[in-house]
Ligand binder design. Sequence first.
Ligand SMILES: Cc1cc2nc3c(=O)[nH]c(=O)nc-3n(C[C@H](O)[C@H](O)[C@H](O)COP(=O)(O)OP(=O)(O)OC[C@H]3O[C@@H](n4cnc5c(N)ncnc54)[C@H](O)[C@@H]3O)c2cc1C
Length: 379
Amino acid sequence: MNFDLTEEQQMIRKMIKEFSDEVVAPGAIDRDRTKEFPLEIFKQLSEMGMMGLPFSEEYGGAGADTISFAIVTEELSRACASTGITYSAHISLGGAPINLFGTEEQKHKYLTPICTGESFGAFGLTEPNAGSDAGGTQTTAKIDGDDFVLNGSKVYITNASYAKHLAVTAITGNDNGKKEISAIIVPTDAEGFTVLDKYEKMGLNASNTTELVLDNVRVPRENLLGEQGNGFRQFLVTLDGGRIGIGAMAVGIAQAAFDRALRYSKERKQFGKTLSEFQITQFKLADMAMKIELARNMVHKAAWLKDQGRPFSKEASMCKLYASEIAMQVANEAVQIHGGYGYMKEYEVERYMRDAKLLEIGEGTSEVQRMVIARLIGC
Ligand SMILES: Cc1cc2nc3c(=O)[nH]c(=O)nc-3n(C[C@H](O)[C@H](O)[C@H](O)COP(=O)(O)OP(=O)(O)OC[C@H]3O[C@@H](n4cnc5c(N)ncnc54)[C@H](O)[C@@H]3O)c2cc1C
């Protein structure tokens, strides 16, 4: 048993921590207000070799492990969760399925630009009538000669405005009355493909969340990702990895909320004492610190299992569920410790609360995580 990070992981943490504090954090309040996508930050992350962090050097990646990916996602999210979700989706929803299921040719063509930062990574699964029940997909991909012709729509897709291509799920046939779902790589500049960026969100305002419309979009059959009919299994595997990213984001937001609350509790005086001198505040902060520690351990354990090539679905679900729920609790408590100031944007803690809420919804809601865990513990 060894809880120490390796030298490489420590080095990555030091580098990304400094970058997050010096470059990402300063503009976070403004970006939340203006909804400006953090493009400049990602240009710098590309130069630092972060955009393909866990992917092979053969495709332009850095060949690092999942724990390193979790560390980078946590640190970016601590500074700005919009930057954190953009990064997490880029790697775990955009790059990972191509890395896992793509042919050599597809990896060179589609994973390399993701690793170099030339394209953002995205993944189109959710539809207006297919959310938790992703098998309810209605988008179709009909074979016509050497092409697939796609029709349908996708909702809430992260990063698509900045992606040159993305994998989308679609019905490619019927297997004994059961929908056959496949994943197909679609270039975003294909004719008939429209990306709409019009949502008014509660939080994560500087992240890019889009609606996709596919109107007779024609792509060659060679754009099929993996085997035809394997799309359902592929997105389950993809989401397992994605949940480690969401867990890491949650730890980052919770850590930021805790840091703010601890600092404020030492500055603010009422009844002649600082808030941190009241035992009730100390107990609140102790609980917050304990929950963050537990959540981080769970995220790192799930990431470690994945890196060992061992089953990690249960741990990924558990870390996503636990970390997202404690992130909401910790952010809520941080607002409470700030009193009226906590309700004001300049103190940042209200943003943490708004940003954290998505983590209980995206990549499988808390209810879905409990269903997954129940199944995996043999219920
Ligand atoms: C900001 C943002 C970014 C996103 N990014 C992406 C992305 O990049 N790619 C992508 O494909 N999707 C993305 N999503 C979609 C996200 O994964 C879905 O919103 C999520 O899976 C829930 O689906 P839904 O919104 O349709 O809710 P629904 O499935 O309609 O659920 C509504 C409520 O019902 C509950 N519920 C549903 N079924 C059951 C059940 N069987 N038992 C008990 N309770 C149930 C849910 O837990 C939830 O509380 C994003 C969403 C948001 C908001």
